[in-house]
Design a protein around this ligand. Structure first.
Ligand SMILES: *Cc1c(COP(=O)(O)O)cnc(C)c1O
Length: 465
């Protein structure tokens, strides 16, 4: 393909993209395909001869698009959002076009310097103390793994990387029982082991661990010969939004000199609104590491996860490696690949720059406030449906409900709603029972989109009850 052809197809795809978004409400939110249906339409062997772009794009529309679930659909209320605001998509097109590897300052100075500035813009937007620096990672899972590796190295006097873990006693990491599975996996991969991730039961249905229970667990472990290494707290758990009370947890961490990491992957976006910080983020400045995903609620196209660090040195001492071919000479510069596990890095900061400038912080705050307010309004409408109950009250824009009947009935209602396609919800579990989970947060959703949920739920319930 030459660059004139490229220009033609790029324009074609840009027009296609605008049209796709303008007509998204006409499509079912969740893909309506059966397993294997898409694969059956793909040739089993690769073509030996070139094919033209027109044919490839036609197959994209005919074969691929029917098998896509539309995460940018304004009536997507499942999981958490993966918002891609249009300015962030444009920035990604530029990043894809220039296609640089931004692992060291010298391999693209602008990428490093824009990243540093964007991390600091976001620090200010979230009201974090001015001591924090940070790095943009691909996902919260990677940031959490980096933090857990740092806990491990710090607790072993930075000998784990060199000597391995054999012969060292078990390390222990503490969290509530509401944490995301990425915390379990970080402990598997870091050599801590699932059995050494101590999960403290939530103090109340929507609250996180009780600091007294946490402290007791640590004392018991020390007596038994274990080495506590760190504590992971959460703001806005994935299931129902459960959140830890940060201050008392930090006091326990301090008493035992433990490294602390806060997972605010979803709810972190809402902390750009000062009024939500009081309930969720008092004392947040005491954490050593904080992760939040601008690629969820905020609108920066996936992937974009910011890890803030109060002091980058423990993580650098854990992850930095400098073979000869990566050495750079001259002034002291930041090489962000030394802060993370992968070497190669995309220029992820550009989409934040485009996003924040295009909407301004006030524009982004207004969206989040709307979502939170609409979720509360929606919750009351669902509560009023005959026989329905709200199981967990809204935490920011997330809550859950149940229809009359047993767990199988809940699943049946969810499946029928998603087969219908006008809205998309997912199931969850709470205290051993199945729940239907709703979050409001898609970037383009309107109040009207949100308010289609009660009549659709009622209509489908009437058909299956
Ligand atoms: C989504 C989510 C994660 C995982 O985020 P990735 O960026 O997909 O790794 C972790 N923790 C919480 C609370 C989340 O909501």
């Amino acid at each position: 393909m030459d660059w004139d052809e490229f220009a033609g197809w790029s324009k074609h795809i840009a027009d296609w993209g605008a049209q796709y978004h303008q007509t998204l409400r006409d499509r079912p939110v969740r893909a309506q395909t059966k397993p294997g249906e898409i694969a059956a339409q793909l040739p089993s062997s690769p073509p030996t001869q070139p094919e033209d772009m027109q044919t490839i794009l036609r197959d994209f529309e005919d074969i691929v698009m029917p098998g896509m679930t539309h995460w940018q659909h304004p009536r997507f209320f499942a999981y958490f959002p993966a918002n891609a605001a249009p300015p962030s998509m444009l920035a990604e097109q530029l990043v894809n076009t220039v296609a640089s590897q931004c692992m060291l300052w010298q391999t693209s100075p602008a990428a490093t310097e824009v990243e540093g500035r964007m991390v600091d813009w976001m620090r200010q937007a979230l009201g974090l103390g001015d001591g924090f620096v940070g790095v943009i990672q691909d996902s919260a899972s990677s940031a959490t793994l980096s933090a857990v590796l740092t806990m491990r190295e710090r607790a072993t006097g930075y000998t784990g990387n060199r000597e391995g873990l054999a012969g060292k006693g078990p390390l222990r990491i503490y969290c509530s029982d509401q944490v995301h599975s990425s915390i379990d996996r970080a402990c598997w991969v870091a050599g801590i082991g699932q059995d050494n991730l101590v999960k403290i039961k939530g103090a109340g249905p929507l609250s996180g661990m009780d600091a007294k229970d946490l402290s007791a667990a640590i004392h018991k472990d020390i007596e038994a010969g274990y080495t506590p290494a760190g504590i992971i707290a959460i703001t806005g758990g994935t299931g129902i939004g459960a959140s830890d009370d940060l201050g008392p947890i930090l006091k326990v961490a301090q008493a035992h000199n433990l490294y602390t990491h806060l997972d605010a992957a979803w709810a972190g976006s809402a902390m750009i609104c000062p009024e939500y910080r009081e309930a969720f983020w008092q004392d947040v400045d005491g954490f050593d590491s904080i992760v939040f995903n601008p690629h969820k609620w905020l609108g920066a196209q996936f992937d974009c996860s910011i890890q803030f660090l109060r002091d980058p040195l423990p993580q650098l001492n854990t992850l930095k490696i400098e073979p000869e071919y990566l050495k750079t000479s001259g002034d002291a510069v930041t090489n962000y690949s030394e802060w993370t596990i992968p070497l190669g890095r995309r220029f992820r900061a550009l989409k934040l720059w485009f996003l924040i400038r295009s909407y301004g912080l006030e524009g982004l705050q207004q969206r989040i406030r709307n979502h939170v307010n609409w979720a509360h309004e929606l919750c009351e409408e669902l509560r009023a449906l005959e026989g329905f109950e709200i199981v967990t009250e809204p935490i920011l824009s997330l809550f859950s409900f149940r229809c009359p009947g047993d767990d199988a009935m809940q699943q049946r209602l969810v499946d029928r709603i998603n087969d219908d396609g006008r809205i998309y919800l997912t199931q969850g579990s709470f205290e051993g029972a199945k729940i239907i989970r709703v979050q409001v947060g898609q970037f383009d959703c309107t109040r009207e989109d949100v308010m289609t949920i009660p009549p659709v739920v009622q209509e489908i319930w009437d058909m299956i009850k």
